[in-house]
Design a protein around this ligand. Structure first.
Ligand code: ATP
Ligand code: MG
Length: 418
C-alpha cells in the first residue's frame, strides 16, 4: 500500500465541509474589506524566497522544498504566500494600479519541518497583502480584518499581541545593543543563535530553546530603541485599534520569523492547541518590494494557518455549519421505475435541487438505509402504481409525514418546502 507522504494530510469527503466553511468565511471577509484574490504559482525560482524571505530565517535555512527541475533550474515550493504575491506585484506593474492594492490568497504552503499537531509539511494559508500605504490606519485595518475573520469563524479563544520592530535605522541601533548584551552569554546559547549573532541578532529573540529563552528574557527591548517616526507610527496603530474596539497586548518579544518585516508586527495566539499556538501572524514589510527590485512600495499583510484554525475550532467545540445533504432521494424498484427515478433526480439537479437515486441496484429497503445515511430530507418510492398515476408520496424524514405530489410538481413542492 502507498501511504500519504509524512507531514501531509487528506481532507476526506466527510470532513471537507469544515474547510469549505473556513475558506468561505475567508472569502466573505475579503469581500467586505474589498480585497481581491490573487493566485500565484505553487513553485517559484528558489532565489525569490532566499531574497524575499531572508537568508537567516528558519524557513530558508532549514525548511524549503528545493529541487532542480529537468531544465537545471533551482525551484522551490512556496513556503509562504507573500514573496510570490510581491513578485507578481512587481512583474505585472501593479504599482500602476489604483493604490492601495488590496489582495488576498488561499494557498497550500510547503515546509520541511518535524510534523506534529498543527505543524505539517503541506499546510494552507489564508493571507492578505495590502500594497502602497505606509499609513498606520492600514495596519489597524489589516489587523481588524484578521480579527473579523477569527470572530466570524466563531473563535473566541485567541489574544492579539502586537509589537513594532522599527525601521532600518532604529534596528541598526537595536542590533548593536543586542550584540553588546548577548556577547558575554554566547557560550551558553545554541548554535543557531550564535550564527544569528553575526548575521541578524534580532532573530535571536525568537529562539525557542529553553536556555536561550532565559537569556533573551533580559535582553534590551526593541520598543526602547524606536526612532521618533516609528514610535509615533506605533502609537497611531494602537490608537486606531482602540477606536475599532480591538483588544491587544504589546509584546516586545514578537519579532516574526521573516526578515522583511518592519514596524508593526502582530500575532493571534491561542492557548487551546498546545505549543503551535500562533494561528495568524503578520506585519508591515515596507522593505520587501524594493528588496525584490520593485521600488519603494510600503506593504502590510498577514497569513493565517488553516490547519491550526480548524484544530483550534475542533478543540474549543466551535460548531461548524452542517454539511449539505440531498433534499430528496428517489427510489426505484425495477428497470423502468429506476429509470423514472433517475430522470426525475437529474431534472431536479438541473434546477438546482440536490437529488439522489440508486446506483448500486439495491433493494428498496437498502436504498432507504442509504438515503438515511446521506441525511436526505425527503424520500419517495416510484413503483408500478406511481408510474400509472404519475404521482408519488414524498416522505418527510424528520416526522414521517407524506405529501402526494405529481411528478411534474416535485420541483415546486421542494422549492416551497425546504
Ligand atoms: P511557527 O513559529 O509556528 O513556526 P512561523 O512564524 O514559522 O510559525 P509564519 O511563517 O508566520 O509561521 O506563517 C503564518 C502562519 O502559518 C502561522 O501562524 C501558522 O498558523 C501557519 N503555519 C506556519 N508553519 C506551519 C506548518 N508547518 N504547519 C501548519 N501551519 C503552519
Ligand atoms: Mg516556523
Amino acid at each position: 500500500m502507498i501511504n500519504v507522504p509524512k507531514g501531509t494530510k487528506d481532507v476526506l469527503p466527510e470532513q471537507s465541509y469544515k474547510w469549505q466553511f473556513v475558506e468561505g468565511t475567508a472569502r466573505e471577509v475579503a469581500k467586505v474589506f474589498n480585497l481581491k484574490e490573487i493566485r500565484t504559482p505553487v513553485f517559484e525560482h528558489t532565489e525569490l524566497f532566499q531574497r524575499g524571505v531572508g537568508e537567516t530565517t528558519d524557513v530558508v535555512t532549514k525548511e524549503m522544498y528545493t529541487f532542480e527541475d529537468k531544465g537545471g533550474r533551482s525551484i522551490t515550493l512556496k513556503p509562504e504566500g507573500t514573496a510570490g504575491v510581491a513578485r507578481s506585484f512587481i512583474e505585472n506593474g501593479l504599482v500602476n494600479s489604483p493604490l492601495p492594492l488590496k489582495s488576498f490568497y488561499i494557498t497550500p504552503c510547503y515546509r520541511y519541518e518535524r510534523p506534529q499537531a498543527g505543524r505539517l509539511r503541506e499546510f494552507h494559508q489564508f493571507g492578505i497583502e495590502v500594497f502602497g500605504s505606509p499609513e498606520p490606519d492600514t495596519d489597524a485595518e489589516v489587523i481588524f480584518a484578521a480579527s473579523t475573520f477569527l470572530d466570524k469563524l466563531g473563535i473566541k479563544d485567541t489574544r492579539l499581541e502586537i509589537n513594532s520592530i522599527g525601521c532600518k535605522t532604529c534596528r541598526a541601533e537595536y542590533n548593536k545593543a543586542l550584540k553588546e548584551y548577548f556577547r558575554p552569554h554566547l557560550d551558553n546559547m545554541c548554535a543557531t543563535c550564535r550564527e544569528r549573532f553575526d548575521k541578524n541578532p534580532l532573530r535571536m529573540i525568537d529562539c525557542k530553546e529553553e536556555g536561550c529563552k532565559k537569556i533573551t528574557a533580559k535582553a534590551p527591548k526593541i520598543l526602547d530603541y524606536l526612532c521618533p517616526d516609528c514610535a509615533a507610527h506605533f502609537e497611531k496603530v494602537k490608537g486606531y485599534l482602540s477606536a475599532l474596539g480591538v483588544d491587544y497586548t504589546v509584546n516586545p518579544d514578537i519579532v516574526r520569523g521573516l526578515d522583511y518585516y518592519s514596524r508593526t508586527v502582530f500575532e493571534f495566539v491561542s492557548t487551546s492547541i498546545g505549543a503551535q499556538g500562533t494561528v495568524c501572524g503578520g506585519g508591515r514589510y515596507d522593505g520587501l518590494i524594493s528588496e525584490l527590485g520593485g521600488g519603494n512600495v510600503p506593504a502590510i499583510g498577514f497569513a493565517a494557518g488553516l490547519e491550526r484554525l480548524i484544530l483550534l475550532m475542533e478543540n474549543t467545540s466551535v460548531v461548524f455549519p452542517e454539511p449539505s445533504a440531498p433534499q430528496i432521494y428517489l427510489a426505484g424498484m425495477d428497470d423502468s421505475t429506476r429509470l423514472k427515478a433517475f430522470e426525475i433526480a437529474n431534472s431536479l439537479r438541473l434546477k438546482g435541487v440536490s437529488a439522489e437515486c440508486d446506483h448500486m441496484s439495491r433493494s428498496v429497503k437498502a436504498q432507504f438505509k442509504y438515503a438515511d445515511k446521506l441525511g436526505a430530507k425527503y424520500t419517495a418510492v416510484i413503483g408500478e402504481s406511481e408510474m400509472q398515476s404519475g404521482a408519488c408520496n414524498l416522505k418527510r424524514m424528520s416526522d414521517g409525514q407524506t405529501f402526494l405530489t405529481a411528478f411534474a410538481d416535485i420541483y415546486g413542492f421542494l422549492r416551497d418546502n425546504k
